[in-house]
Design a protein around this ligand. Sequence first.
Ligand code: PA5
Length: 430
Amino acid sequence: MNVDIGNALASVASPGVSRESLERLNDQVGDAHERIEQGMADAEHGYEALNLPQRTDPSEIREAVEPVADAETLLTIGIGGSALGAATITDALAAESDTEAIYLDNVDPVWISQHLENRSLENTAINVVSRSGTTAETLANFLVVRDAFESADVDWTERTIVTTGESGPLRNLSDRHDLPSLRVPDGVPGRFSALSAVGLVAAAVCGHDLEALLDGAAAEAETLSGSLFECPAYAYGATTYALDQRGAGINAMVPYAESLETYAEWFAQLWAESLGKDDLGQTPVRALGVTDQHSQLQLYRAGPRDKLVTFVSPGDLADRPIPDTGVDELAYLSDATLADLLEAEFEATEASLAAAGRPNVRVELDGVDEYELGGLLYGMEAACVLAGELYAVNTFEQPAVEWAKKATRGLLGGGDFEEADAVAEKTELR
Ligand code: PA5
């Protein structure tokens, strides 16, 4: 990926960051890079995720999915980091696959039932993913889906792949039924696991090129260096950090391709769960070009000066002409294609923010394919790790998320957790 921070500089934007400030910040980036490199070399928790392009074995994943490679539908059951990386990849590349990839993360009973009713389960495969193997939503949805298979007289044990940690309830269940299973690598937190089996099983079932995904990530890894001026990922991480320090506490991620909408969701999780600590962190917002030009753009251009807008330019997309009608007022459209229109809207929106002095950063892809996606996922993870070093937060923990998980289990009688007692006390007060 390429990153252009020109519209975030103080000479054109407010809040903005001056070139001199970035040069000063670059000393901290150098120190942070040393820390990151050391963490990677020591396979330390979290930093190990940046080693995945070298560590992940695509053939092991392809072998594990072999029994369900014919699936017409893949139900991935997982939540947060155990679903969003996979969904980013398969949604971005959906046009290239004959397998429909569906993600069951929420436990809304109406929504789950809608996904199970009127579905031919013989041609459906199940991909259950949970690092801890204890997440209530994932276990519950798996039990519900399993039951639907049994009711339809389809042997779910022949249609299920499990990806989980070394031990835990999901690992035990997988062993009991002798299911094909893969390990979530040690030292890789959920939201940083897209380039492991966690993200790549679904991609493999959908027939995507795992090697190209990992090659794209490896190429991005090659760019990591001690200078934000030489490394696109660090340029993004350092600029967003600097802008947040100057008042841009909100970061709107706006990809200009429908297929990248899930990527914005993945980014929002990565940014929020990794950096939202110790009263620090930038609030990520998910948006989509061109759709949100007709809604949120008003706020971004004329609302409070507390935002950075990150545009993702997808590069060339498979194009479609706009038909000629012979009507004069519509001639400007038929002289163009849909991709031309999308590009014009991108340029116009970016320029409109720049003209209003609103900071924005452009992330450029060279098309939406496996290689570019691998680079984008890796680049944003590296940006986030760098930003975490600059904020001096623990990027790789998520105590608030864990608190709620324990409270939920405790409330349902799934363990003795003080978090559940706190919820019960609050409820009594109402
Ligand atoms: O990034 C994270 O750590 C979380 O979003 C987890 O991925 C999410 O809570 C699911 O956890 P698990 O994979 O243990 O089911």
